[in-house]
Design a protein around this ligand. Structure first.
Ligand code: AMP
Length: 394
């Protein structure tokens, strides 16, 4: 695949840049600019090359029937003006139509034009070809830097790049880094290779575990999903999370990965998650009917940390407990902390896992924190991303 550097960009070239500016907003103000910050290296490179950059993004979940002020990209336009200078950054209050086409035509070399929210048109999510054709008419090059949506067959992610010839399209710097860590470095990972899997639902992680069975040396399972595994091997799990319809698949996975899959031996249990009258650490055979498992216990933390400390490649996908609550954050915190001490490749994937790393202020000590929960899960599960396939296809 092309990279930004191998694209034959000239000054004046019109470049369509798909980004993920889906930032959190409160009362019309951006509360976390990281998604905009992450796009700056690609934007700056294009502006320095004196390209004319047409920026496409979605924001939130508008109805898809036209402009809605709550989902407008105006706050992002203002932020881009702060970052890049007022005169260089333009804004169009729509995505398609004559007025937008005129604004695109008037764009000067070294200027950026931010179009409004793509999702104001239902055609974006339905991968509409005509919508893609209208967008394609704005430029000669297409760059996708929106890793967070590359697992979606949306018009600006899939049909739009398919309309460009291979030499005229590529991914941006942010996506390049995601692919480096989530694909390239994992082809022949430094060993031992460990993956830590947690979070609420098994259903989302089955493909991931299956894909890792032949590859990883150790698969450590915690979080809410572990209780279906524990139930499958005959443990009493009290009132902990259980996906009854997944017990069989949990059993199958455990049989296939006997030597690799490591389950907790102690669990932090409560009688009520919000207002507990007790918070106890129990061994598996002590768990009774009233108990709800909320975190991994001390012995498990030690066991998991020990494995992590001897590993050279480590992926963390899904928290070990209900880390949002300080009382139940210890397992997640300690395992991430153990990762930060390892001299090797450390990768965190998934929205909640990234939020945990941020909460514990360990962001600078992890090699790669993925910006896309769904997209990283797909890659780690061994699946292709439509947004990447479309960049490789003629
Ligand atoms: P996921 O999106 O599947 O990665 O799940 C992340 C969520 O799993 C977080 O919000 C955690 O609070 C939740 N979680 C982790 N451990 C547990 C548990 N023992 N019981 C219930 N929820 C949990």
């Amino acid at each position: 695949m092309n990279t930004i550097k191998t694209l034959s960009l000239k000054s004046e070239s019109r470049v369509l840049l798909r980004v993920d500016f889906n930032v959190p907003l409160k009362d019309g103000k951006i509360t976390d600019t990281r998604r905009i910050d992450a796009a700056l290296p690609t934007i700056n490179y294009l502006l320095k090359k004196k390209c004319r950059v047409i920026v496409l993004s979605h924001l939130g979940r508008p109805k898809g029937i036209g402009f809605e002020p709550d989902f407008s990209l105006l706050p992002i336009f203002e932020k881009l003006q702060d970052y890049l200078g007022k005169s260089r950054v333009k804004y169009a209050d729509d995505v398609i139509g004559e007025k937008v086409a005129k604004t695109v035509n008037e764009l000067q070399s070294g200027e950026l034009l931010l179009l409004e929210n793509l999702r104001f048109y239902k055609e974006e999510k339905s991968n509409d070809l005509d919508f893609a054709k209208k967008l394609a008419s704005y430029g000669e090059y297409y760059i996708n830097n929106a890793f967070g949506v590359m697992h979606r067959k949306h018009s600006s992610v899939y049909n739009l790049p398919l309309l460009f010839p291979v030499p005229n399209k590529c991914c941006g710097y942010l996506v390049e880094k995601e692919l480096l860590f989530l694909v390239d470095k994992l082809k022949e990972p430094d060993k031992p290779y460990a993956i830590i899997i947690g979070g609420a639902k098994i259903a989302d992680k089955i493909d991931l575990i299956k894909n890792m069975l032949p590859k990883a040396d150790n698969i450590l399972i915690g979080g809410g999903m572990v209780f279906t595994f524990l139930k499958a091997i005959g443990n009493n799990i009290g009132r902990s999370l259980l996906e009854k319809d997944k017990i069989d698949i949990a059993n199958e996975i455990l049989n296939r990965g006997k030597e690799k899959i490591i389950l907790p031996n102690d669990i932090v249990v409560v009688d009520d998650i919000t207002n507990p009258t007790y918070i106890l650490t129990k061994f598996l055979d002590q768990i009774d009917e009233k108990d709800i498992g909320v975190d991994i216990g001390k012995e498990t933390i030690n066991k998991f940390s020990e494995i992590v400390s001897h590993s050279k490649t480590i992926i963390f996908n899904g928290p070990m407990g209900i880390f949002e609550d300080e009382r139940y954050e210890r397992g997640t915190k300690k395992i991430i902390e153990a990762m930060t001490k390892v001299k090797g490749t450390t990768i965190v994937g998934g929205g909640d896992s990234a939020a945990a790393v941020k909460k514990f202020k360990m962001e600078n000590k992890i090699n790669h924190i993925s910006t896309g929960g769904g997209a990283s899960l797909e890659l780690l599960s061994g699946n292709n991303l439509p947004g990447i396939c479309a960049l490789e296809e003629k």
